[in-house]
Ligand binder design. Structure first.
Ligand code: FAD
Length: 416
């Protein structure tokens, strides 16, 4: 076991891997530790979209208004795993409080703008620094609408995007079909983001970040963190099943499981799993190169290196519940409605757990009451998008830079 203390990043998902890279570039000795191979959890199977257009937090009154209708529809974009309901109720109550609080919604709006601006820049830097160019495509992105009403429901977010300088073009159904050949004739509208970027293999992005991190002198190791050694307000070591690992500082980036670690350190991270599914299909008749999302159905269709990925929808569930594979079947049915004739035989299916805090703002920065513990979790639907920004913000905070007021809204101490 290493005896020299390093910064220990717990969790080698996209957030942990990107954070380890950022800290390494700031000149630190870093150990990236995970109980599994890097990138095998939620970061494995997302839709691959760098969603810098996401500037309106999901905890807001309009989401709450749509909730009863969404929950009643078993095939809707959001469902609750029924046996998990008692576990979920406290989180749902907190979500409702955050969504109804004008001050909380304002904090979300004010923090997502700067976070997305940082993400845009941070990905450019990381793609260059880690040689990830072949894994990313800048082909734009397209949201499509099946009715005028659902298009109008997105007006609030588009207004905000306009104010933040996000470029987009509102198109009619015919133009949407030109941009994404194969789209159904019933699509009436689209919103095209010409600067949209996506990865063609989210898992390989994590794998390559970890490889480059190791090649540049970082340590990647396998192990489950099960506790911490404390000296006053400082963590001096993380405890693994086979001994202690000395720590100069610690970053908790363990996705949905982060709350189990923060509890050991005396603070709360009320995370639940917003489970999502993907299905990989043979890329038959795929004649578009950008991610396409039928907004009201809550999923993405993304052309990827290994086929066509249909990914998304939300199922709130307690940890360790069996998958509800009918949600993956649903994704395939959705695809057939939106892109009839596109996509061939199913190749694989997957379930992942978006790590979500009730106010839908991530936790980024120094932990409460602890001198050398930092947090990077709770990235919900936009963890791929915000991973590199999170890494840079944590690295800068370690250098002593104060968080801006907007980013202070992501303070990990806000849940007590
Ligand atoms: C269907 C779907 C589609 C999505 N699409 C997009 C998208 O297009 N764009 C986007 O930006 N985001 C998207 N997301 C969200 C994104 O995938 C997540 O926000 C992101 O992967 C979370 O990354 P993470 O590193 O926090 O967690 P994870 O990837 O879950 O990594 C956490 C790691 O911590 C490890 N760990 C946990 N506990 C311990 C411990 N005690 N000791 C050691 N290791 C531990 C785990 O093994 C795991 O490897 C999507 C999510 C889903 C489910």
């Amino acid at each position: 076991m290493t005896t020299e203390a390093s910064i220990i990043v717990i969790g080698a998902g996209i957030v942990g891997a990107a954070t380890a890279r950022a800290l390494q570039r700031f000149g630190h000795a870093v150990t990236l530790i995970d109980s599994a191979e890097p990138g095998r959890a939620t970061s494995y199977g997302n839709a691959g979209f760098i969603a810098i257009d996401h500037v309106l937090p999901l905890a807001r009154p309009s989401t709450l208004k749509r909730l009863p209708q969404m929950l009643m529809d078993r095939n809707g974009p959001l469902t609750v795993h029924p046996p998990s309901l008692p576990y979920l109720l406290p989180w749902m109550a907190r979500f409702a409080r955050a969504a109804y609080s004008a001050a909380e919604v304002r904090k979300g709006v004010d923090s997502f703008g700067p976070l997305m601006a940082e993400a845009n820049m941070a990905w450019k830097i990381e793609i260059q620094a880690s040689g990830l160019g072949d894994l990313f495509k800048s082909r734009g992105a397209l949201y499509v609408y099946e009715s005028e009403a659902s298009f109008l429901a997105g007006a609030e977010e588009r207004e905000l995007q306009k104010a933040k300088g996000t470029e987009f073009e509102i198109v009619d159904g015919n133009r949407a079909r030109e941009l994404a050949p194969g789209l159904s004739s019933h699509i009436v509208r689209g919103v095209y983001y010409p600067h949209g970027m996506h990865t063609i293999n989210p898992y390989r992005v994590v794998e390559m970040l970890a490889e480059r991190f190791a090649a540049d002198g970082g340590t990647v190791r396998r192990g489950r963190v099960r506790g911490f050694r404390r000296e006053g307000n400082t963590v001096s070591a993380v405890q693994l099943t086979d001994g202690d690992l000395p720590a100069k500082a610690v970053v908790i980036a363990a996705g949905r499981a982060s709350g189990e670690l923060t509890r050991l350190l005396g603070f709360n991270a009320p995370l639940v799993a917003e489970r999502g599914y993907h299905v990989m299909l043979a890329p038959d008749n795929v004649r578009f190169e950008m991610p396409v999302s039928p907004a009201e159905r809550g999923f993405f269709v993304t052309p990827m290196e290994e086929g066509l990925r249909v990914a998304g929808t939300v199922e709130l569930a307690a940890p360790h519940q069996p998958p509800s594979w009918h949600r993956a079947d649903l994704l395939v049915r959705h695809l057939k409605d939106i892109f009839p004739g596109v996509g061939g035989a199913e190749q694989s299916r997957w379930i992942g757990e978006r790590p979500s805090l009730p106010d839908f703002r991530p936790a980024i920065g120094r932990a409460p009451r602890l001198a050398n513990v930092y947090c990077g979790y709770g990235h919900q639907h936009v963890g791929l998008t915000l991973a590199t920004a999170t890494g840079r913000l944590i690295a800068r905070q370690m250098e002593g830079e104060a968080l801006t007021p907007a980013l202070a809204a992501c303070d990990p101490g806000r849940f007590g």
